[in-house]
Design a binder for this molecule. Sequence first.
Ligand code: GLU
Length: 449
Amino acid sequence: MSKIDEKLQPVLDEVLRRNAGEAEFHQAVHEVLESLGRVVAKHPDYASDALIERICEPERQIIFRVPWVDDTGQVQINRGFRVQFNSALGPYKGGIRFHPSVNLGIVKFLGFEQIFKNALTGMPIGGGKGGSDFNPRGRSDGEIMRFCQAFMTELHRHLGEYTDVPAGDIGVGGREIGYMFGQYKRLNNRYEAGVLTGKGLAYGGSRARTEATGFGLVYFVQQMLGTKGTSLDGKRVVVSGSGNVAIYAIEKVRQFGGVVMACSDSNGYILDENGIDLDLLKEIKEVRRERLSEYVRIKKSGAHYIEDGSIWDVPCDIALPCATQNELTAKDAATLIKNGVMAVGEGANMPSTPEAVALFQNGGVMFAPGKAANAGGVATSALEMQQNASRDSWSFEQTEERLAQIMRNIHDNCAATAEEYSAPGNYVLGANIAGFVRVAEAMRALGVI
Ligand code: GLU
């Protein structure tokens, strides 16, 4: 990773010392501090009152035991986390991830990113993140419900519509949010709709929330391509992942006239020369909850399944990493550049390694970082909170139009900030600085808290 400003080096040193071994958290902090050098050079007052040190230290970190009983009657133990990182702009807001890789460092990196992402949306939401090392794969519906109930039995005391509002992330979708909402309601004896987002439409959810992260990503990329006088129309696109973000990114790319050639899961990727069959993909992933290899078993012509290969070997004009952190390495970036990629938009959180980002930026590839490009999900969560607070429910069109407008604003704000700090076209710098400035202004106004 490249060097950071000498004024900020002690801040990073302290983060590394105090959070030993949390590699992803170090990476996320490093990237933001790298961008802030230009801010403290221009406005030294931002470096006063330990403001940046305070932003790097979570307001509160909760770790708890989650005991539950599986279908065979065995007691299982998982670890639950909620990192309430920053509430200067509003209640803590951010998803919950269920995946065996979850640990405190992962939750902290996600919570830290969330602060700036949420600030960029312009909505009144602070930053937080949670999760568990629970592995939902292969678990029955009853096991999922009992786990969600056990998780919420401990977490509920830390939540509230004015305190902390979780949502989904990897391994947590509409079904899990429903079970967690049910348990929260039972424990509190309150129908507090705004305490969770990503709820079902039957009980207080927002239209377009399911689609929002993927749709928002593609709106952002379309806007970014527009600055170079081009668009998604006729472009070959590769989307990694096949979860909620990937599925709705694929849908919106198609609406904008692009062709999505490939998508993946953690076992391999599918390549469909006719363009991914979205209805089949949704059936496999959302209804049957099966692996992607099923796709080629059902669709025999034109589709191939490549086990263990890297999806980034597939030549494309636009790459949308929508799977998980650090999935796109320097080697992958070099292959994409060699194959002529023109733009990369991150649908996942921090999917490109720092070395990959540097290669894209130095190679003249347009690069949209996750904290700006995937902010449509959390922005629509904030729209869900608005609807809950006013006991209202908006149409799909109205909600999607708000999302599209928010994504245009985020894009333009990042682009203008990059310009202001003499780095035109550098969306990483633009996103980090614009997000930071909004949080920093609020924190200064609130005093040393
Ligand atoms: N997990 C999503 C994210 O990474 C959504 C969070 C939310 O809606 O609160 O932004």
